[in-house]
Design a protein around this ligand. Structure first.
Ligand code: HEM
Ligand code: HEM
Length: 225
C-alpha cells in the first residue's frame, strides 16, 4: 500500500534550506578571495540571520519544524532510526528522522558558529570581520583559525548529509529531496500541529525571518561601518 504524503516543511524552512546551499557554495568561492570580501561578509551575515530564525522557529514554528518533534530523547528512538537506515521497518515520521534531526541541529549550530567566528576573523592585511576590531589579537587569531577549521568540518558534515539523503532517496526509496522542494513527505503520522501551510504560519514565519535578518544586520553588519 503506498504511504500517504503529509505536509511537513513550511515555505520558510524550504526557501531557507536551498538559499543556504547556494550561500555556502558562495562562501567557499569567496572566502579566500580578497576582491569578494564584502560579499563574503554580507552572505555570511545572512546565513547567521537565517540560522537564528531557524533556531527560534524550532521552538515556535510549524509543528514538524519544532525541535521537540525531531530531537530524540531516548536511546530507543536512535536505535529505531539506525535499524531503519539498515533496511529495518521504516521510520517515516512527519518530520526529520531521529538521526536526521540530530544531523540537522549539528549542521545549523555549525553554520552559526562559522558565521560568528568569521565575524571575528581577520586575514591580517585587508579583510576583517565586524567584531575583530573589538577583540585582542590573540582572540582574532583564535577565531580566524577556528573559522578555517570549522569550514573544513562543515565540508565533512555536508558529505555525510548528502550520503544520508542519497541513501534514503535511492536505497530506501523515500523522496526526501522532493519533500524539501514542495514540502510533502511520505509519513505514517498525520501533519503535526501547528500545520506547515496556511496564511498564519506563512505570515508568522515571514515576520520572524525579517526580524532575525534585520537584527543580525543591525548588530553585526553595521559594527564595521
Ligand atoms: C551546503 C550544503 C547543505 C547544507 C548546509 C544543508 C543543511 C541542511 C539542514 C540544516 C537541514 C535541516 C533543515 C531544517 O530542519 O530546517 C537539511 C535538511 C535536508 N537537506 Fe540539506 N543541506 C545541504 C545540502 C543539501 C543538498 C545538496 C540536498 C539535496 C541533494 C539536501 C537535501 C536535504 C533534504 C532532503 C533535507 C530534509 C531531510 C528530511 O526530510 O528529513 N541538502 N539540510
Ligand atoms: C556560514 C558562513 C561562512 C562560511 C561557510 C565561510 C567560509 C569561509 C572560507 C571557506 C574561508 C577561506 C578559508 C581558507 O582560505 O582556508 C573563509 C575566510 C574568511 N571568512 Fe568566512 N565564512 C562564513 C562567514 C563569514 C562571515 C560572516 C565573515 C565576516 C563577517 C567571514 C569572514 C572571513 C574572513 C575575514 C576570512 C579570511 C580569513 C583569512 O584570510 O585567514 N566569514 N570563510
Amino acid at each position: 500500500m503506498p504511504t500517504k504524503k503529509v505536509e511537513v516543511w513550511d515555505i520558510w524552512v524550504r526557501i531557507g534550506h536551498w538559499a543556504m546551499v547556494v550561500a555556502v557554495i558562495l562562501q567557499f568561492i569567496t572566502g579566500g578571495d580578497l576582491s569578494w570580501q564584502q560579499a563574503h561578509a554580507t552572505v555570511g551575515l545572512l546565513v547567521l540571520g537565517w540560522v537564528v530564525f531557524r533556531i527560534l522557529w524550532g521552538f515556535g514554528g510549524a509543528g514538524s519544524a519544532r525541535f521537540r518533534a525531531f530531537i530524540p530523547t531516548t536511546i530507543k528512538a536512535l536505535q529505531i532510526s539506525l535499524a531503519a537506515l539498515r533496511g529495518g521497518p521504516p521510520e517515516r515520521p512527519a518530520t526529520h528522522t531521529a538521526l536526521g534531526g540530530i544531523g540537522a541541529l549539528i549542521l545549523l549550530l555549525l553554520l552559526g558558529l562559522i558565521a560568528l567566528t568569521g565575524a571575528a576573523s581577520s586575514d591580517d592585511i585587508f579583510f576583517e570581520g565586524p567584531l575583530a576590531r573589538y577583540l585582542s589579537n590573540d582572540w582574532v587569531t583564535l577565531a580566524t583559525s577556528a573559522h578555517h577549521r570549522l569550514t573544513d568540518l562543515l565540508l565533512v558534515l555536508i558529505g555525510l548529509h548528502l550520503a544520508a539523503i542519497a541513501w534514503h532517496q535511492w536505497r530506501l526509496k523515500e523522496p526526501l529531496i522532493q519533500g524539501m522542494w514542495h514540502g510533502k513527505k511520505p509519513a505514517d503520522q498525520g501533519p503535526l500541529w501547528p500545520p506547515s501551510t496556511g496564511p498564519r504560519i506563512w505570515l508568522r514565519g515571514f515576520a520572524l525571518l525579517l526580524v532575525c535578518l534585520l537584527a543580525t544586520w543591525l548588530i553585526l553588519g553595521t559594527a564595521s561601518l
